[in-house]
Design a protein around this ligand. Structure first.
Ligand SMILES: *[C@@H]1O[C@H](CO)[C@@H](O)[C@H](O)[C@H]1NC(C)=O
Length: 193
């Protein structure tokens, strides 16, 4: 945690390169549920119908049908030498316990090269949990759908222990010891019944 704050405060890019890229910083995911649009940036989601979610409209309320299929993920700042994991979670799914999420997508080994370009993030990577479209139940209000991008510290050798279920997934504890750094980018939208 100390190194995380240090890395946030350091403005010299050279020092940042030396200190902050050598260690894997993991942000407490629980804390990202508040103020995530300010802290998670740089990721573009595009639906099959062409609706885009990015830094300009993060947290936008959309009809749930918009993301009936997996969106294309684009991370323009992706490092072409690295591999990434994308996780999409809903923190508002029942039973709405703090730190627990419903997993809508978990996909690993996505080459940075593909994430940089707009067209092919859907056909590459390994699905650990295939995309499940938002289905917020009636009467539960707007749910948040937060997409997180992590860098795989071990290149494309990332083979995680899987969450047992999509529901009640404790991302913070699952991330421990996983060699996933970040999230380095993200964005979110909301949808309701
Ligand atoms: C991605 O989103 C940014 C805004 O956050 C926008 O400027 C950029 O054009 C988008 N990229 C693509 C390929 O649409």
């Amino acid at each position: 945690m100390i190194s995380f704050y240090f890395c946030v405060l350091v403005t010299s890019s050279l020092i940042w390169e030396i200190i902050c890229t050598s260690s894997c910083t993991v942000t407490d995911v629980k804390s990202l549920v508040v103020g995530y649009c300010d802290r998670l940036t740089g990721l573009n989601l595009t639906s099959v119908g062409g609706t885009m979610v990015n830094d300009h409209n993060c947290d936008v309320l959309l009809p749930k049908q918009v993301f009936i299929e997996e969106p294309v993920f684009q991370y323009p700042m992706a490092d072409t030498k690295k591999f990434y994991t994308i996780i999409m979670v809903d923190p508002d799914a029942a039973p709405r316990m703090e730190g627990e999420f419903y997993v809508h997508l978990m996909k690993s080994n996505i080459p940075g090269l593909a994430l940089k370009s707009k067209d092919n993030s859907k056909t590459i990577g390994i699905y650990y949990r295939a995309f499940k479209p938002p289905t917020p139940p009636r009467g539960t209000g707007a749910h948040r759908y937060i997409s997180l991008v992590f860098v795989q510290r071990d290149g494309n050798n990332f083979l995680p222990t899987l969450p047992q279920m999509r529901s009640r997934f404790m991302l913070s504890s699952w991330l421990r010891g996983k060699n996933l750094c970040g999230p380095v980018a993200g964005t979110a939208f909301r949808a309701q019944f």
